[in-house]
Design a protein around this ligand. Structure first.
Ligand code: 9MR
Length: 708
């Protein structure tokens, strides 16, 4: 919810460079024209006299699904980014990205001319831009048992305070007055005949915790018509309502945890040109009343916990989190703890308790959990969580294991590993089945920048270290994902000076790669640099270095890992279309420029009605013709309304056949393996169901791998 706004993030040199590269990116040009500052934009939403304003780039608000240290969150494994809004095409909607100014009109020039050839990298910044990972970032041994994963010592991140207070706003910020409006002006809009939408009478507000606040948003347009409105993120507990008269209201009763300066961003869209927009951020100062006894006390809750299937005789750990909107920590009661269970506090989070036990018999356990208010013990809420305990024999899959079948074909067969899987109630089962079936594993979220390097000089390695150790003991090759991406970036990188981003990027690549050395022999170096139309994505990286960021990233990766396989990873590029054309153009440009790229990772988040196999074969052929390898990196096949498990099986099998038929295809990897944990969980897109039972898709690829 917090943003810090840089008003001078465009350096003079940057403008000179970018005009050639981003001729269509009006927002940047306008910012250059106004000396790199949007301070001139009027705060009262009077339409500006010239194109101007800064694209703030929406915060990704990524929650990697696992919270911090593994399994500590309620709906573990879920994908808190709401990115599973369906697709109309029946193909891959990829990451459904909302970030990085994609609302602007600009698409960049065709890819080919933009990569500088035969670059020689300067040495890494010396002294470094940020401190190298030190002893204070090293993980520590976990105390006490952690599921059954005993072949390696589970480690945890040190529990230092890693609060990112960069964006926390102060009373001085509030006193400085309302923020300027931000304008989005597509290139084709004639601003002399179409004026910008704006807001009537919008200003910052103050409220006491416990009081109800109503802010009315009234968008206006001097050309007539009623502008559309959409809010960015709605504060916890607030309502955003349509008043059915062209205005909307934010109705909010902030509570004690919200005391401080909060921001709320809302965008008005032109009635005729929906991408012609004015964005306003209001600040809400929430104050503590001198007598807090009037603040309503809300009943605490036990956070949602998914039902799980576990195995007899496994060590089960269940992380139970309680929360209270008033900010106190409720107590937890378990009415019927299983025989022999212990309940221990979480090692760093007071609101989490860990229930540990070893189920002895196959049965369904309905745990009755109650959260009780810290101040008023008559206030409580209960929830029941079911753990289904099954026998070992219930998890036997007939036939040969996929990895045995794949090994005889020299094929890597893999899955993306849930971050912190070993701390889940079903962690032992998850680990065992994954190890039985796969010889290849990807770090789904454990190496993403916001997790690994949340603050300058601070590193959190535990999740990746544990996965690497687990993979080693189970003889799985690890695929590192992903070094350079526009999402899951920490705030400090998004806000870093443009002329330092190359240095930050190179330091990060070098530090992550050298930590793991030979333990991670394959890397996604750059992820998702293209837009749907095949042009370059206007990202944190692109805005600093242009398309050369891709070349620079690969060259740094090669310097840091001379022997590793280096991949460019992308979604929606396997089947024909402008994005696939963009991929081929990009890979041609990179190979022409001498960029050390070894192959392409095809994500392939598909739907069960997918049938464009000839197009995929053709794309694979084009990549092979560039002397590049093909890795299927993130395959999953969503079963949307009206689709069946049989259709899903067919897609898995057909894609496998395409890989087997293409000599340059080295890996066939799914984005997870059990429907229990998937970023598209509601569409059951994986090989095993939520109870770890094989689906038709599993048998289809087992059979196909077994054929000649
Ligand atoms: O599966 C990942 C999910 O848990 C995260 O919340 C999400 C955050 O952006 O990233 C998911 O993985 C993505 C991968 O890193 C890149 N390709 C698209 C994947 C699905 O969104």
């Amino acid at each position: 919810m917090f943003h810090s706004r840089s008003t001078s993030f465009l350096k003079p040199g940057f403008c000179g460079l970018k005009i050639g590269l981003l001729s269509l990116m009006l927002v940047f040009l306008a910012a250059c024209g106004s000396s790199g500052s949007d301070n001139t934009a009027p705060a009262d939403d009077t339409p500006p006299t010239q194109d101007g304003g800064e694209d703030t780039g929406a915060d990704d608000a990524d929650t990697s699904g696992q919270g911090d240290d593994a399994g500590s969150t309620d709906t573990a494994g879920s994908d808190g980014d709401g990115s599973t809004t369906g697709t109309a095409t029946g193909s891959d909607s990829g990451t459904d990205d909302t970030g990085n100014g994609s609302t602007d009109s600009g698409s960049s020039d065709p890819v080919s001319s933009e990569i500088t050839a035969d670059r020689v990298l300067d040495p890494l910044p010396n002294p470094p831009l940020t401190a190298a990972p030190g002893a204070d970032s090293e993980p520590v041994r976990a105390l006490g048992p952690v599921s059954n994963v005993t072949e390696f010592f589970v480690v945890r991140n040190p529990t230092r305070d890693l609060e990112d207070d960069y964006g926390i706003l102060t009373d001085e910020d509030f006193a400085a007055g309302p923020l300027p409006a931000v304008y989005h002006i597509p290139e084709h809009v004639d601003t002399s005949t179409n004026s910008l939408p704006y807001f009537d009478n919008l200003t910052d507000v103050e409220v006491f915790a416990g009081e109800e606040l109503t802010v009315i948003f009234k968008p206006l347009d001097d050309d007539g018509g009623i502008p559309g409105l959409f809010p960015n993120a709605i504060p916890a507990g607030a309502r955003y309502v349509d008043n059915f008269n062209g205005t909307r209201s934010l109705i909010w009763r902030p509570l004690q945890p919200q005391v401080g300066i909060q921001e709320f961003t809302i965008t008005a869209t032109d009635p005729v040109e929906p991408y012609y927009r004015t964005e306003r951020t209001i600040r809400i100062k929430v104050k503590m009343p001198s007598d807090p006894s009037g603040i309503v006390n809300i009943a605490p809750v036990v956070n949602e916990i998914w039902p799980r299937t576990v195995r007899v005789n496994d060590f089960v750990t269940l992380y139970i989190k309680v929360s209270d909107a008033n900010g106190t920590i409720p107590s937890l009661e378990i009415a019927n703890p299983p025989a022999g269970a212990t309940i221990v506090p979480h090692y760093s989070e007071e609101a989490i308790s860990i229930l540990r036990f070893v189920p002895q018999t196959a049965e369904a356990i309905d745990l009755e959990l109650t959260a009780r208010d810290a101040e008023d013990t008559s206030l409580s809420t209960s929830r029941t969580v079911t753990l289904e305990v099954l026998e070992d024999s219930d998890f036997i899959r007939p036939g040969s294991r996929l990895r045995e079948l794949a090994a005889s074909r020299d094929l890597l067969i893999g899955y993306a590993a849930l971050q912190g899987f070993y701390e889940q109630p079903d962690g032992a089962l998850y680990a065992d089945i994954a190890a039985e079936e796969f010889n290849f594993v990807t770090t789904e979220n454990s190496l993403k920048w916001d997790l690994v390097n949340p603050l300058p000089g601070k590193y959190r390695w535990a999740q990746a270290d544990n996965l690497v150790q687990h993979a080693k003991t189970r003889r799985q090759a690890v695929h590192g994902h992903t070094l350079v991406w526009h999402r899951q970036l920490p705030g400090w990188i998004k806000r870093s000076a443009l002329d330092e981003r190359e240095g930050h990027m190179r330091e990060f690549i070098d530090r992550v790669i050298t930590r793991y050395g030979d333990d991670i022999p394959i890397w996604d170096v750059v992820n998702e640099a293209l837009e749907e139309d095949g042009s370059f994505r206007q990202s944190t990286w692109y805005e600093a270095m242009g398309a050369d960021f891709i070349d620079i990233a690969f060259r740094q990766a090669r310097l840091s890992a001379p022997e590793a396989v280096l991949l460019y990873n992308e979604y929606d590029v396997s089947f024909a279309g402008p994005k696939s054309d963009g991929l081929i153009a990009l890979m041609t440009a990179l190979t022409d420029a001498g960029t050390p790229v070894d192959g392409v990772g095809f994500q392939m988040h598909l739907d069960a009605d997918f049938d464009r196999y000839e197009e995929v074969a053709a794309t694979f052929g084009k990549i092979a013709a560039l002397d590049l390898d093909i890795y299927i990196t993130e395959l999953d096949v969503s079963i949307r309304s009206g689709m069946s498990e049989e259709q899903q099986a067919e897609v898995y099998e057909e894609v496998l056949s395409l890989c087997l038929d293409q000599p340059r295809c080295k890996a066939y990897q799914a984005w997870g393996f059990t429907d229990m944990y998937s970023w598209r969980r509601e569409f059951n897109p994986l090989l095993l169901d939520r109870r770890y039972q094989p689906k038709p898709a599993y048998f289809a690829i087992q059979e196909r791998l077994g054929q000649n």
